[in-house]
Write a protein that binds this ligand. Structure first.
Ligand code: AMP
Length: 214
């Protein structure tokens, strides 16, 4: 099964993708995670991507295209995968269709997570990520015993560099101008289902699983 999880930054795409991948035993492919890994390791890709990411801008299509193509050609994707954070504009969506076609595959479903701007800002400004285990917490929704330390592994909790208010506003602007048109592209193909992104993560997850099984 090939799924695309769609929605604005802060909609919970990463959290839901991890839950779905675990349940359906498919691979979770997050372009944001791959790019953050590359910037941490200071690879050529990471060096090229980092300034765009810090500003909340999209990394150039050709960099992301190579990265995705390499990933979806690996044998471990045979049971299927969920794409999180890709495609981010209509050109990427068309490129993805061409890539999948060449591999004799196609997208089964696009899950669109619906959430307000107000809630996005509240979630992203309060988000803290564990440096050690990658766990995502929130100062208000998932407070830790010590605000700077992960309750699970003791790692240091950090704010993503692109979770500054200025970068968040820019990410939203980029989302509405460049990413949202992708939804129309997929709606025209009749493969989109909408999920309510507000509320408790397990309830949202149940709704999404229901949509996938419909
Ligand atoms: P995310 O973790 O999905 O919010 O992505 C974090 C940042 O990585 C984005 O703000 C972009 O700078 C970059 N990025 C992630 N996915 C893509 C993509 N498909 N195309 C271009 N840039 C991307």
């Amino acid at each position: 099964m090939i799924l695309v999880i769609f929605g604005p930054p802060g909609a919970g795409k990463g959290t839901q993708s991890r839950l779905i991948a675990d349940k359906l035993k498919i691979l979770h492919i997050s372009t944001g995670d791959i790019l953050r890994g590359a910037t941490q390791r200071q690879t050529e890709l990471g060096k090229k991507a980092s300034s765009y990411m810090k500003a909340g801008e999209l990394v150039p299509d050709e960099l992301v295209r190579e990265m995705i193509l390499e990933r979806i050609k690996k044998p471990d994707v045979s049971a299927g995968f969920i794409l999180d954070g890709y495609p981010r504009n209509v050109n990427q969506a068309m490129e993805l269709d061409r890539m999948l076609e060449s591999l004799l595959k196609k997208i089964d479903l696009v899950v669109n997570i619906v959430i307000s701007d107000e809630e996005i800002i509240r979630r992203l400004t309060g988000r803290r990520v564990c440096d050690l285990c990658g766990r995502v917490t929130h100062v208000e929704y998932e407070p830790q015993l010590d605000s700077d330390v992960c309750d699970v592994c003791g790692g240091e909790l950090k704010t993503r560099t692109d979770d500054s208010l200025e970068a968040i506003k820019n990410r939203l602007k980029v989302y509405y101008s460049q990413t949202l048109p992708v939804l129309d592209y997929y709606r025209a193909k009749g493969i989109v289902r909408d999920a309510n992104g507000r509320g408790e993560k397990n309830n949202i997850f149940s709704e999404i699983i229901g949509l996938i099984k419909e």
